[in-house]
Design a protein around this ligand. Sequence first.
Ligand code: X2X
Length: 339
Amino acid sequence: MQKITRRGALRTLSALPAASIVTAIPRIAHAAEFSYKYGNNLPLSHPLNVRSQEAADRIAKETDGRVEIKIFPNNQLGGDTDMLAQVRSGGIEFFTPSALVIATLVPVAAINAVGFAFSDYSQVWSAMDGKLGAHVRDAISKSRLYAFEKMWDNGFRQTTSSKAPITAAKDMDGLKIRVPVSPLSISMFKGLGASPASLQFSEVYSALQTKIVDAQENPLPIIQVAKLYEVQKFCSLTNHIWDGYWFIANGRAWEALPADLKTIVARAINEAGLKQRDDIKKLNESVVGDLEAKGLTINRRAAETFRAKLRESSFYGEWKGRFGPEAWALLEGTRGKLA
Ligand code: X2X
């Protein structure tokens, strides 16, 4: 076999006519017409990131490279509050805030997170794919953001703590618990007798580690992928809030896409969302054993006491007033009277 030396290669090149050298250089892919950034608050291994990468790949392919979506996971661009500001200003084009988080801008968006609003996924998706979801998306659009039709799943939120197990609502008394930056979460945990503090998700692991707070609440898949079991000992399956992510786009960036590209992007994102819902459902079932193996003690009996305590508090009356009769009627229309 002939050995290729640098000098030999140069000699070969210089012997070639100039035109053939040019064609020998691989064609550089032209830059995308629409290069959009998508930020989120979850580790790469969470189904939200796995499925959105699939959607981004599909979009690049189906638009022949005209639309490129770059994902910035795990709070790389800042916490939720920062990303919400960026998607409004156009600094990023896509963001997936939880309903709790976008509610700081669009208050009615927190309605799915009213305590014990839904008891299972069939109720959740019939509400969020139906009139209640449409009502929230309409409210989001008034903030010059576009919300894709299918909400993605975060999950039913569960309560974890480091000091003592939470076996009933009375164990919430005075508990220093981190909740998202969400007025509804603060109100709910005050109603349960706890001492809640709002922190962005980007701060949760270290706040638990340094004992700034002793407890937090999140769906099991997040407790798993964000390794919160390393800094928490007990987990109580309270199912107190169902939480989902709205996939949103900056309004101007969305409108800039020609209709055919909008169709491709929306189809890829909504279909990825449906697959992500399935992933979370399966994870919810499989992850309990794994979390126990990692040292988390799981209690399954506290939910009913949380519910009873919340009913005795002023929580439902207050939030019925804050959401207003129209949204409240849409919620109760999906699941019956709440309180
Ligand atoms: O901040 C949280 O707890 C999280 C990750 O569940 C949300 O995005 C609301």
